[in-house]
Design a protein around this ligand. Structure first.
Ligand code: DP6
Length: 350
């Protein structure tokens, strides 16, 4: 017999960034972070997991290519999920799998992104959130405390813990040494702020040179600015951002989002050797938004960049979004090879 489940999980974009771990194995961060979950129609991972006694080993295919499952992150997620497996009756096949039998049943996992992998659009976040979510369906795992699945997704990739929830999400850094309290919680549903528009500018779909994992390790080791940021800046910003989200205060949201993206990229420059994630097009987009807001007399648009050159912009409403899209399309000289997509946050169906 073979039993199969398929799941989909969206990507997310941090507006207060996670950068730096205090525990590499458990993936515990040096500061809390806040993100917006993106529309799964635009940016998501779809994962199919099959289990069968005929499978000789666990195997994984990413975007159609088989990759090794030797990585400790996959192993940790699978181990934690297997340990929580329950008796399962598969309605489609009539097969019953006992809790104790799961330990000897291997899985085949196939995962696909509907957007460029590792170009700074949080593909690992969507991928690991989707893996954990789909394994939970297959193994019949129910959370014994709220955030348990989020904590397991975190073992795959820190930012993945935020992708298990829609809307506005906070990853609480936590204090416990075992990481039990380092989980994501939802701050607000996507419908809470329904006129906010997200505009994604894919500037390059190339794989980034320095992975987030390696980049943040180097920053923790060498950047004094990162430690100042984690201790002195982010705690205050988290509170301010929570309030801005709660009250749908776009001006505050935009100021904090841009400032935090810029400080994150400053810590990358402060790393030795320095890490450059932004390119000339990213910097042009920053200049354009900054000028836009100056002319408007108040922030109408915000930008943020993860570990890559692609921009995620927020427009305060649809009217601003349409004008901004026109401006981006008719730039002179034109923005080279930029692919634009946009959607209203409140319309997404997470
Ligand atoms: C810049 O979650 O990809 O996107 O935990 O090592 O897998 P690992 O790193 P990852 O880092 C994301 C960094 C970021 C900021 C953020 O998403 O908060």
């Amino acid at each position: 017999w073979v039993v199969t489940r398929t799941g989909r999980a969206p990507s997310n974009i941090a507006v207060i960034k996670y950068w730096g771990k205090r525990d590499e194995k458990l993936i515990l961060p040096i500061n809390s972070s806040i993100s917006v979950t993106l529309d799964p129609a635009h940016l998501s991972a779809t994962t199919t997991v099959s289990a069968s006694p005929a499978f000789e080993s666990d195997r994984l295919w990413l975007n159609g290519k088989e990759v090794s499952m030797e990585g400790v992150r996959y192993k940790n997620c699978l181990r934690e999920m297997r340990a929580r497996a329950t008796d399962m009756v598969d309605e489609r096949t009539g097969v019953t799998i006992r809790k104790q039998d799961w330990a000897n049943v291997h899985v085949h996992i196939a995962s696909e992104n509907n957007f460029p992998t590792a170009a700074g659009l949080a593909s690992s976040a969507a991928g690991f959130a989707c893996l954990v979510f789909t394994l939970a369906q297959l193994f019949g795992v129910k959370e014994t405390y709220e955030g348990e699945l989020s904590a397991i997704a975190r073992l795959g990739s820190g930012s993945a813990c935020r992708s298990l929830y829609g809307g506005f999400v906070k990853w609480n850094m936590g204090q416990d040494v075992d990481g039990k309290d380092s989980i994501a919680t939802q701050l607000a549903e996507h419908t809470h702020w329904d006129d906010l528009v997200i505009i994604i500018a894919v500037v390059s779909s190339q794989q980034k040179e320095t992975s987030s994992t390696a980049g943040m390790q180097e920053s923790v080791r060498t950047s004094p600015l990162l430690h100042f940021r984690a201790q002195e800046v982010v705690p205050q910003r988290i509170k301010q951002m929570e309030e801005a989200v709660k009250t749908c205060d776009f001006e505050e949201f935009a100021k904090l989002t841009c400032a935090d993206s810029n400080q994150f990229h400053a810590t990358c420059l402060d790393t030795s050797p320095p890490i450059f994630y932004l390119n000339d097009t990213s910097r042009r987009l920053i200049g354009l938004v900054e000028r836009w807001n100056r002319f408007a007399g108040k922030p109408q648009v915000a930008y943020t960049f993860d570990a890559g050159p692609n921009a995620v912009m927020f427009a305060r409403d649809q009217e601003v979004a349409v004008l901004l899209l026109q401006r981006l399309l008719f730039q002179f000289p034109p923005l080279p090879d930029v692919e634009l997509s946009s959607y209203v946050v409140g319309d997404q169906s997470v």
